[in-house]
Design a protein around this ligand. Structure first.
Ligand code: SIN
Length: 280
């Protein structure tokens, strides 16, 4: 494990995730501190901070230390800070954003590099987020399957998460206007992380519906196997939110899922995403 001078690190599981303490990310941090945070992020894939007071401006400012902020094609709203997405579940809502294991916005040509999620209000219990390490998901495949997947692409679209049927029961609304049509892009099933050089599985039940050059029915069994394999418990960690908690995840080598187990309670989060590159 790396050694860091600007914060302490506590691992959240044997597979992924670390809580960084002793650092206030609402402050203007030194370049040195940002380099260390980035190293810890690359090492642990998702890093967490507790007891942070971040206005929208400070959340955006922290995000900009790691890259340009991303404008979400289906969630961005008009207003002064369209980069800040409100991920909210009101007590009467029955569904949440991110209720299936997914990488964020996998259907676009260049999915976001990462996301930073800040909790303002959390339910008295529940509402956790789980993360799954997709390097491990790839590395634990058999050599035969690794060879078969080499060069294969999966076709992703946003028809499960946006459009006419997406918003029923949800407080945070995705685009469903009449001009909306699904966006489709093919991405490698195994991508190479541009910073670490490691290979990660990159298929997504929320967006990948077939392999390029194949029919849906022909793709279904193998996709199903990969979706299930990718989220084996031993690849995961689980984060329990408190007001002021922050998660900063690497969308290039992780999946995550929001647990919808707090019916009747409110959960209110703010998220920014960082511009990413085309998976290769
Ligand atoms: C998301 O999928 O980005 C939402 C995660 C969460 O609300 O825990």
């Amino acid at each position: 494990m790396g050694t860091y001078s600007h914060f302490e690190v506590k691992l959240l599981s044997g597979a992924v995730g670390a809580v960084l303490s002793g650092i206030d990310i609402s402050e203007e941090l030194s370049a040195d501190a940002i380099v260390e945070i980035r190293q810890a992020w690359l090492e642990h894939l998702v890093i967490f901070f507790r007891e942070q007071q971040l206005s929208d401006e400070r959340l955006m400012a922290f995000g900009r230390r790691f890259g340009d902020l991303y404008l979400h094609p289906n969630l961005a709203k008009k207003g002064p800070n369209p980069e800040v997405i409100h991920v909210v579940k009101e007590p009467e809502a029955t569904r949440v954003v991110g209720a299936e294991w997914h990488t964020d916005t996998g259907h676009v040509e260049c999915p976001p590099m990462g996301a930073i999620l800040h909790a303002l209000e959390v339910p008295p219990r529940g509402g956790d987020t789980l993360f799954a390490n997709q390097y491990l998901a790839y590395e634990t495949l058999s050599d035969g399957l690794k060879a078969a997947l080499d060069g294969m692409k999966a076709v992703h679209d946003d028809s499960r998460v946006a459009g006419p049927n997406a918003n029923k029961g949800r407080s945070t609304q995705t685009r469903d206007d009449e001009e909306w049509t699904p966006t489709e892009n093919a991405h490698p099933v195994v991508r190479t992380h541009p910073e670490t050089g490691r290979k990660a599985l990159f298929v997504n039940v929320a967006s990948a519906h077939k392999f390029e050059g194949m029919r849906r029915a022909e793709s279904a069994a193998l996709l199903e196997y990969l979706f299930k394999h990718a989220t084996r418990p031993e690849f995961t960690c689980r984060f329990n939110w408190e007001p002021g908690s922050v998660a900063f995840w690497d969308n290039r080598c992780l999946k995550h899922i929001a647990v919808n187990d707090y019916q009747g309670h409110r959960r209110d989060m703010r998220r920014v995403q960082l511009v990413g590159d085309r998976p290769a």
